[in-house]
Design a protein around this ligand. Structure first.
Ligand SMILES: NC(=O)c1ccc[n+]([C@@H]2O[C@H](COP(=O)([O-])OP(=O)(O)OC[C@H]3O[C@@H](n4cnc5c(N)ncnc54)[C@H](O)[C@@H]3O)[C@@H](O)[C@H]2O)c1
Length: 322
């Protein structure tokens, strides 16, 4: 039987590329840059499977013809960059990679909380600039994390992994807001309390960390109105998706002192960052590092291939999202 034709849109860990090549007719994108829409449309006509990442904007146009494409094995858990309704209508299966990246993404959220609260980015820049003149009682004084109230928006896999770290590791008090009710035992496991609405949550938190999906439903969930309900000493952390935060409104809130600081791993128009944020000392900016460890990137790749193997064996892929 002919082997399925598979396109990998970005460079993957070598061990996963080797596993993939053993079972499929694989094309790797040699440039390791994001494919254009035209390239994705052409690929849908040529390949049985495309294995995209967050940098591939897979709009409805990709499914508009009569594609050869049968499955999109997304390399990542978030899939708001894929027009899943159009995929479903075209009979194209979409899978993702849940769980295997939760710990590392929660680690990056905790990193941003600590860096923003303790002004670590400012401190590092001071030392590197050669301007540090020695220890002083009033220099770069930040906020204490232990005992602070952490508000988590979206209490799924990553939100819960962060809550465990923050509560058990750092003594933070955790409030959560989730689209649906969270089981009492899940809340109790990380000392968390669920509040009903985002409006209830915002004025209560020292740190707000976002862990809901992106996409149209959550676009600008945190905009001028939400930022206006936060306390002036509060910190916003976003490791979810850039579109969840109105970046212009965030820059304005930081400039006016409406909130104190921010830590960002994701941006509205990656890799572009709103210029005003680039010049602010009280903002920590990371280049979408959530899942970026060797172990996790390999595990994500194996998870994609597990789903692909199941699909081409005629089974329902374990991480099917449509
Ligand atoms: N920075 C990174 O590199 C990185 C890495 C992995 C995942 N992510 C992002 O993190 C997101 C969460 O991943 P996960 O595995 O925890 O997903 P998940 O599906 O387990 O959890 C998401 C939770 O958010 C809730 N939710 C959805 N909309 C909401 C809203 N408006 N208000 C409150 N709660 C809402 C859902 O009910 C769910 O409980 C992904 O969708 C992805 O976009 C980013």
């Amino acid at each position: 039987m002919a082997r399925a034709k598979v396109l990998v849109t970005r460079a993957w860990p070598a061990e996963v590329e080797a596993r993939l090549a053993a079972g499929y007719e694989v094309t790797l994108n040699p440039s390791d840059t994001a494919l254009t829409l035209a390239e994705l449309i052409a690929a849908a006509a040529d390949y049985d499977a495309i294995l995209p990442t967050v940098t591939d904007r897979i709009g409805a146009e990709v499914f508009a013809g009569v594609p050869r494409l049968r499955i999109l094995g997304n390399y990542g858990v978030g899939f708001s960059h894929i027009a899943t309704d159009a995929a479903k209508a075209a009979g194209v299966v979409v899978t993702n990679t849940p769980d295997v990246l939760s710990d590392c993404t929660a680690d990056i959220a905790m990193t941003l909380i600590l860096m923003a609260a303790r002004r670590a980015g400012e401190g590092e820049r001071l030392v590197r600039s050669g301007q540090w003149t020695g220890w002083r009682p009033t220099q770069l004084v930040g906020r204490k994390v232990s005992g602070a109230v952490l508000g988590i928006v979206g209490f799924g896999r990553i939100g819960q992994a962060l809550a465990h770290r923050a509560h058990h590791g750092f003594g933070m008090r955790v409030l959560v807001q989730n689209r649906s009710a969270v089981a009492p035992e899940v809340l109790a496991a990380c000392g968390a309390v669920q509040v009903d609405t985002l409006d209830d949550l915002l004025p209560k938190v020292d740190v707000l960390s976002l862990h809901c999906p992106g996409g149209a439903a959550n676009r600008h969930l945190i905009g001028a109105a939400a930022l206006g309900r936060m306390r002036p000493d509060a910190i916003l952390v976003n490791t979810a998706r850039g579109e969840v935060v109105d970046e212009g409104a965030l820059a304005a809130a930081l400039a006016s002192g409406q909130i104190a600081a921010a830590g960002l791993d994701v941006y509205e128009a990656e890799p572009r960052v709103t210029p005003a944020l680039m010049g602010m000392e009280n903002v920590v900016l990371l280049p979408h590092l959530g899942s970026a460890t060797h172990e996790t990137r390999a595990a994500m790749g194996h998870r994609v291939v597990d789903n692909l193997d199941a699909f081409f064996a005629g089974e329902n892929p374990p991480d099917r999202v449509v």
